[in-house]
Each structure stands twice: as structure tokens, then as C-alpha cells.
Design a protein around this ligand. Sequence first.
Ligand SMILES: Cc1cc2nc3c(=O)[nH]c(=O)nc-3n(C[C@H](O)[C@H](O)[C@H](O)COP(=O)(O)O)c2cc1C
Length: 355
Amino acid sequence: MFISEQFFIQFRQNKPFILDVKNKQEFEITDSEIIKTLLDISFDKKTNEEKLSELKNASLILNNSQQAYLLNRYKNILVDLFDTGSSNLFNVMYKLNKKDFAQVFLDTKKTLFHRELPELRSVKNYNEQDVIALPKPNLDKLRNISFFDILDNRQTIRQFQPHTTDLQTFADVLFSSLGKFHNGKDKEKQYEPFYRRTSPSGGSLQVIQGYVLVYNVENLENGIYFYDAESHSLCKEKDIIPYEELAKLLGGQFFAEHCDFAIFLTADIERLRWKYNTSRNYKVVNLEAGHFSQTLQLILTAYDLQTWITGAFMDHLIDDLLDLPNKNNTALFFIAVGVGERKPMHDLMIEALKE
Ligand SMILES: Cc1cc2nc3c(=O)[nH]c(=O)nc-3n(C[C@H](O)[C@H](O)[C@H](O)COP(=O)(O)O)c2cc1C
């Protein structure tokens, strides 16, 4: 008799719940005998047979030790729990033939649109004076550059030199990475009310949003802005913070110093939940941020700008900094942009190596 390692007991508002991360099941414990029975098993004591069979029926007690073990893949209990908790699709669609699958796929879409679509962050009402229309994009540079050169030149650097990005380049980069790049083409109509961008998006829900920290962009007041893809404009959230303060929020990483601007990719989780109510969303948002980050880095490289990227930061402090509207939005990735020598190490690292 083995107690499954794949569940935990959590108290919510003083009430105990069992969360089975493997089977994605949740039970409220309404009888303390359940907990006592689990303890009795673990201390090899005589158990309450009725409760034992309840626990077996719920797959919390197993006969096979292998099935009871938590996959120790990441060698970190929390990560192993996240991994198991967000693994495997739990639906029965795999049983359908192709024709029925196509039908159910479409029906799901139809039923979805009866539910109110959660509004995106961009609908927040900003004061008129806080909204700055960006120059119309001019994508000639992207059209003409060799893809080989972009791949060859992209590199993470960790030391920027003081430099200013011109406003047109800044606008082009935001438009081509986060804006409505394909807008206006007839074949795009099938995606409405969503739209496509230059990176793929889970369910085409476009949950990724961009917040820009402007430090050195020509003719643009420094500040923290939300990039509104709908109107290709910047919406001011706050005044900029000094590089030193930013470094603290990035866990001490000071490599964004002297960047011209930086982008936090955030996710609007509510949108994802609207379509997919599954723990796998945890993986999807992070994968999507990775796609957007890569496209962004390639575009920046095309514009002869360099990047430093990180996902290591104080999430909740960043969410506050960006003034994210509610608990359904979170920052996922950070891209600092500027100009610097093409080398991966900051001078201070090179010096430290010599010592
Ligand atoms: C998901 C992810 C997280 C990263 N986090 C950091 C980080 O916290 N700090 C850092 O200096 N670089 C970070 N990097 C950059 C990598 O160190 C860098 O991509 C790697 O050294 C390879 O160099 P390249 O980007 O020039 O090819 C991260 C990269 C990725 C993809």
C-alpha cells in the first residue's frame, strides 16, 4: 500500500483540500479521519478500512509503488509538481475520427463566442495626454535584410554603451513584433475578433502584451509605457526608474545599464482561461512569451540593435512596476535593447575572470 506522492493537502480559508496534481482532481476533506488514515498508513498503524477504501477509490492510495512516485525529473519538488500539474491533455478528443474531430473543433469555437470575451489590457482608459501615437511603420529595412545575416548576428550581450534609438526604428520594432502586422489582408478575417502577429499565439488569443521602459529614444519622453497594438501607440503608465533600481528588480543583474529601451513581455492569463480551462496554460503562456522574445530579438538584430534577455526577476515587483491591471496579468520575460560591443561578458566579468 503506497500513498501517492502526486497530491498535496492545502488549507484554503481554513478548510483542507486534497489536490491531486497527476489526475487533476480536487477533493475537499470533510472528515478528519481521512487525514488520520493517511497518517496511520505512514506510521504503519491500523487503519480505518472505510476511509482507506475511499482513498483507494480516489487513487490517492495505490498498490504499485512506481505509480505512486512523483516523477523526479527536475530534482526539485516544486518544479516536479508544476511539471506534473501541467502535463497531459485531459480530454477525450483523441478518440474521435478526423471528420468528427474537425466538427467538434469548430463547435467548440462556436460555443466559445457566446461567452463574453475578456477585455485585453489595451482597453484601459488612459488620459489623452498620456497616449502617444507612434510614427507609421516603415519596414523597408526588414524587407531587404538577409535572413542569414540576422541569424548570424543575433547575440546576447551584457554591456550597452550610451546610445539613442531613433523614433522611427523604435516604432518599426514595436509594430513588427507586437503590432497588427498582417492587418487589412482579406485572408486574415477568419481570425476575427483576434488577429495575427509575427509570432504564433496559442489559440490565436494574443495574450502577450508589451510594456516598454524608455531610457533613450529620440523625441520620446522617458517613461514606462504600455504598447497598444490596436492603435500603434504608447500609453504612459509611470515615470522611468533608474537603471540601478531596475537591476535590483532583475535579481541584481545590472546588464541592462545604458540600454536605449527595454521590453517586458507580459501575459493576459484571463484571455487564455476564457478558451482553455486547463493547468496546461502554465506552459502555454511561457512558450508563447519565448516565441515573441525570439521574433523580437531577430527584428532588433535586423535593425542593428543588440539585446540582453532575462526571465529571472522579482515577478510581483515587476507586475507592480508596470501597474498591471489585476492578478490575471503577469510579466514573463525581459528584453533590454541598445548598442554595445559584440561580446557576451560585461567588463566587470572579464576583470573578475583575470583575478
Ligand atoms: C529563457 C532564457 C532565459 C535567460 N535568462 C538569462 C538571465 O537570466 N541572465 C542572462 O544574463 N542571460 C539569460 N539568458 C541568455 C542566455 O544566457 C544566452 O541566450 C546564452 O548564453 C546563449 O547566448 P546567445 O543568446 O548569444 O546565443 C536567457 C536566455 C533564455 C532563452
